[in-house]
Ligand binder design. Structure first.
Ligand SMILES: Cc1cc2nc3c(=O)[nH]c(=O)nc-3n(C[C@H](O)[C@H](O)[C@H](O)COP(=O)(O)OP(=O)(O)OC[C@H]3O[C@@H](n4cnc5c(N)ncnc54)[C@H](O)[C@@H]3O)c2cc1C
Length: 413
């Protein structure tokens, strides 16, 4: 559905990765006019290179556990709903425990999750995944996991959105338009979009930033300070492999989430202000894993870097070598694979929960970003958020994700 008679959309969504595409689809269900803008919607940002794992076992609170239940109930039905195969599968996630470590002791780190891993000896781990190198592991933890093709999921969402009358525009949002009357009364009323050097103003009642790691830059441009950060993620994408993995393999001691927690802590907030020049917040980490997709291609990864510049460039040869060595140790079958080294950026928030809702200090500007495990949480949150917006009723779960939670607490007498 195009804009209203007054040339205004009800909703303008900036960014067509998983977050933008899922939310656009949920909003258009209510018949509003919705515009989704991305310079490259067929190959979006971090989503394009994601593993596509659905960690529905990882809920730790009432909020996240409810969302996990809702996500795993909906994923298997989504292909029918979208009329597009998302390639959803139930898979086993095998979390390898390094030789010399105790799998049972490592399993205690998973005690807070709603589903507990099965602790496997080395022999049992090899029965589940015969391609593992027995000398590299002491055993493994095994969890039920969901898996989709990230590109198929996002394509399915976008096509269903367009079928229902939504409009996708190719372009880069360069500015957020405002019609507020003063610095204290700022109000978003649209966006400035550039494509092929042609710039245009597009008006909308509400603007939602779903631009993943690039959301931070759009907020900063408006002098809006929100604890939304990003890591640079590096991986190798291979053509279809001549072997078939039985499981998705990752390390039991994953460092990515610890890196995000530390890099996003309030003590690092000042360092993130130096986005222009670029600053390394913490040493990079490598979580050695291999994920094979339904068409046989694999992703080997991943290095995560907390670096404040979006345009930071690292040494691709060194990075590629590190990934290959680490993955090759656990899964020697990966050594002969050819592949392309990729670097992308992934958003995260200060407390591990996404930022969903109104941006403080600018009316009609909203966020839908910062999901650390979006393949599990985006489905239910997008659905609940769209319903709450349409019915103009608060959703108690979505309210807990509001960016307002980071506002300084008022002193009470
Ligand atoms: C190697 C790897 C493995 C991962 N594995 C998993 C996993 O197993 N499970 C999981 O849940 N998550 C995983 N993630 C994380 C997950 O993939 C990302 O968090 C998610 O894809 C982010 O989606 P998004 O829509 O927020 O951002 P993106 O996919 O990055 O999309 C943002 C979009 O915004 C657009 N954009 C940016 N600036 C502008 C602008 N100014 N105007 C218009 N458009 C703009 C970009 O072009 C881009 O298409 C993984 C990530 C990586 C890199």
């Amino acid at each position: 559905m195009g804009p209203h008679k007054d040339d205004k959309y009800d909703w303008i969504l900036v960014g067509g990765g998983l977050c933008g595409a899922a939310l656009a689809y949920e909003l258009i269900q209510y018949g509003d006019s919705v515009l989704l803008i991305d310079p490259n919607p067929t190959s979006p940002g971090a989503t394009r290179y994601s593993y596509g794992g659905i960690a529905y076992w990882a809920g730790t609170s009432e909020l996240t556990q409810t969302l996990c239940h809702e996500a795993i109930a909906r994923h298997p039905q989504l292909s029918d709903e979208l009329e597009f195969d998302t390639q959803f599968q139930q898979r086993s996630l095998l979390l390898t425990v390094e030789a010399g470590q105790d799998p049972a002791a490592i399993a205690t780190r998973y005690e807070s999750f709603m589903i507990q891993p099965e602790v496997l000896s080395r022999t049992e781990a090899l029965e589940r995944e015969p391609l593992l190198n027995p000398e590299a592991i002491a055993g493994a933890l095994c969890l039920p996991h969901g898996h989709v093709s990230p590109l198929a999921l996002v394509t399915g969402y976008r096509r269903a959105f367009e079928r229902l009358g939504g409009i996708t525009k190719i372009g880069q949002v360069t500015d957020i338009l405002q019609d507020g009357r003063s610095a204290e009364n700022r109000r978003a009323c649209g966006v400035q979009v550039t494509e092929d050097r042609i710039s245009e103003r597009i008006l909308g009642d509400r603007v939602i930033l779903c631009a993943g790691a690039w959301t931070r830059r759009l907020l900063k441009q408006q002098n809006l300070s929100i604890p939304l950060y990003f890591t640079h993620a590096e991986l190798i994408e291979t053509p279809p492999a001549p072997f078939e993995m039985q499981t998705l393999v990752m390390p039991a001691v994953q460092q990515r989430f610890a890196l995000e927690a530390e890099a996003g802590s309030p003590t690092q907030a000042q360092d993130w202000e130096s986005d222009q020049t670029g600053q390394t917040i913490l040493a990079p980490i490598l979580d050695a894993g291999l994920v094979q997709f339904a068409d046989g291609h694999c992703c080997l990864g991943q290095i995560s870097r907390a670096q404040t510049s979006l345009t930071f460039q690292t040494n691709a040869t060194e990075s590629s070598q590190h990934i290959r060595e680490a993955v090759g140790r656990v899964l020697p079958c990966s050594k002969p694979l050819t592949g392309q080294w990729i670097s992308t950026c992934v958003a995260f928030s200060q407390d591990g929960l996404p930022l969903v809702g109104e941006v403080p200090n600018m009316e009609n500007l909203l966020l839908f970003s910062g999901f650390s495990s979006p393949f599990v949480y985006v489905l239910p949150v997008a659905q609940r958020f769209a319903k709450a917006m349409y019915k103009k009723q608060n959703d108690a779960l979505v309210t807990q994700l509001s960016p307002q939670r980071f506002l300084p607490k008022r002193k009470t007498d």
